[in-house]
Design a protein around this ligand. Structure first.
Ligand SMILES: [Zn+2]
Length: 428
């Protein structure tokens, strides 16, 4: 069941709404944000020329660097007294990206998260344990208000305190857990140490986001926790979690709530728009934001859009599960590859646990990659033979093998207890 009528509306109705909102958004951004006014003027475009979403590609792209340069509030489009909340996304380099919301923006956010939960199969009256961090990060509070909006009960446990989380999951009999994929695995491990099998608990859905997750990783999580793993996607610059969500009926791509966020896919090298069905970098334009309208934002996430009908009845476009960020691309000895490609190969092996790390070094001007994987607790086979099989498979699938492959014992790879998992350590 969809949460709002527009999710299943005819495409023409969605398109008409997008066109109308796009015109308002471009006008609003141009009138109230100097950055956009300067950018459009420099490109020789007047807001009146943007009549439909087909005209969008004429507008300049907006980047992370623009957010940093306009720190803290250069991109805000309303007076301070209309702003009800501010969040910030942690920057590993430079200024954080500060984002702001009016009352109306907060209502839209709650609604799109409620839609996302409904798409995930969450029903009013159910209980959701929210394991995303509260505070400046948009994950915790974003999910929180959407859960309430849907009419479900929220347990605002936040990140960390894993033993406590396990006890609450057991004692309050939550139906749904929301957290990162890597944290759900850590929670299951902690539970096992406490003598509790998460698969025996009532929790039946894990809503995961904030980290890329390959299909083999999802399958691991689903079988270990005895749950359905549903992907939620979002980013602070656009609104936070709730930009798109997988439907539980198909589990085949994430429906973008495109009456609020207009998606394009571009070639990350040239910036040229790509046709539906081709993989490239996701670019999003906000269609209803007041405090922080965003025109053609480069997300850095690689995906594909499909407008094919979905078995759930929703007509909104689907994006592929994001398994690679343009930023994550590793170049090792001239070969380009994503950590997710390595993850997908190593997790094909039943003997390999869903934990790994990649270390990159430069020695004598040459790149060197060390891959560390962990064996399953039950594995008592020949480690050398396993190593050979993994290396052969990597070579066959990726035409690449690491310089060193270590297989360590259960629990030896450091777990992520709070925040996003770190798997690549580039020492170069
Ligand atoms: Zn669907």
């Amino acid at each position: 069941m969809s949460y709002t009528q527009i999710e299943t509306a005819p495409r023409a109705e969605i398109r008409a709404l997008q066109n109308e909102r796009l015109r308002e958004t471009v006008e609003h951004a141009y009138e109230n944000v100097e950055h956009y006014r300067t950018a459009l003027d420099a490109a020789g475009i007047s807001p009146a020329e943007i009549e439909t979403v087909d005209d969008l590609s004429a507008l300049p792209l907006t980047t992370k660097a623009d957010f940093r340069e306009e720190y803290p509030d250069g991109l805000f489009a309303v007076d301070d007294d209309r702003i009800r909340r501010v969040h910030a996304s942690s920057g590993t380099t430079g200024n954080p990206k500060i984002v702001a919301y009016t009352r109306s923006d907060l209502e839209v956010w709650s609604e799109v998260v409620a839609r996302s939960l409904a798409a995930a199969g969450v029903e009013p009256g159910q209980t959701v344990q929210n394991g995303y961090g509260y505070g400046l990060f948009t994950g915790g509070l974003g999910l929180h208000y959407g859960i309430e909006e849907l009419g479900a009960t929220v347990i605002p446990v936040g990140g960390g305190q894993t033993q406590r989380q396990v006890e609450l999951l057991r004692d309050l009999e939550s139906d749904v857990l929301s957290c990162t994929p890597s944290y759900s695995l850590y929670l299951a491990e902690t539970a096992a140490e406490m003598g509790i099998d998460v698969a025996d608990l009532p929790v039946s859905t894990v809503l995961f986001g904030a980290e890329p997750c390959t299909e083999p990783m999802r399958e691991e999580i689903e079988s270990r926790l005895g749950v359905t793993g549903i992907d939620i996607y979002g980013l602070s610059e656009i609104i936070g979690p709730g930009v798109s969500n997988e439907c539980h009926e198909a589990q085949d791509g994430l429906h973008i709530w495109e009456d609020h966020f207009y998606p394009e896919v571009i070639d990350p090298e040239t910036g040229e728009p790509l046709p539906a069905g081709e993989e490239g970098e996701l670019v999003l334009t906000s269609l209803s934001k007041e405090a922080l309208p965003v025109l053609r934002y480069r997300t850095g996430d690689l995906t594909t859009l499909t407008y094919d009908e979905c078995e759930c009845g929703r007509t909104m476009v689907r994006m592929d599960n994001v398994t690679g960020r343009a930023d994550d691309l590793l170049t090792v000895r001239g070969v380009n590859l994503y950590p997710s490609q390595i993850e997908a190969v190593v997790l094909e092996f039943d003997a390999v646990a869903p934990y790994y790390r990649i270390d990159l070094y430069r020695e004598d001007a040459l790149d060197r990659m060390e891959l560390t994987i962990e064996r399953e607790p039950g594995f008592d086979g020949d480690l050398e033979a396993l190593r050979d099989r993994v290396l052969t498979r990597l070579s066959n699938v990726l035409s690449f093998t690491p310089d060193e492959l270590d297989i360590v014992g259960p629990g030896e790879i450091e777990r992520t207890q709070v925040g996003k998992v770190k798997r690549v350590y580039d020492h170069r």
